[in-house]
Write a protein that binds this ligand. Sequence first.
Ligand SMILES: [Zn+2]
Ligand SMILES: [Zn+2]
Length: 190
Amino acid sequence: MKCLIIEIITIGEVKRRLLEDLARELTKAYAPLVESCLIGASLQMPPAAYNARRNQYNADLILDRVLHRITGENLVLALLTTDLYTRSRNLNFIFGQAQCPGRAALVSLCRLDPTFYGAPPDRKLFLKRATKEVIHELGHTFGLWHCANPSCVMSFSNSILDVDEKKPAFCKTCRRKLHRQTTLTIHVWR
Ligand SMILES: [Zn+2]
Ligand SMILES: [Zn+2]
């Protein structure tokens, strides 16, 4: 089986060091399915994505734009600094959105940053949370849905407490599913 590459793109200013750390964590979490992560271009936020009433950005629209710029066979993960919502579910906000299965995923760093909650900056905690959410959203692109095990990275997070409770790793069941479904998923893409 051919190995995959994840391209990490940014919408908004994301620190280079965080990008490099996340690239390393993702490669580790998805080995041997994913060969490497490369840090790609930064995109402009589509102005139409902004919803003034909610003061948030429409994840469905952004995901659609990201999808349109995919070329080649890479998976694309877009990291954003703005707060996101989705039209498809009745939630106040979302940490991320992805095709399930598919090739594009989004993660908002906004609510993963401890300073969002008035706490002092904490690079380690920020990275830990972001690592979990990028693994989670990419799990959806591989066809995994939410897991009932609260410590599994594929469990749904409704709040930052849920994010902090889960581990940056798949439970046994999800790991098995991931390896079983990947061959199928890749077949659908090509
Ligand atoms: Zn999810
Ligand atoms: Zn699981």
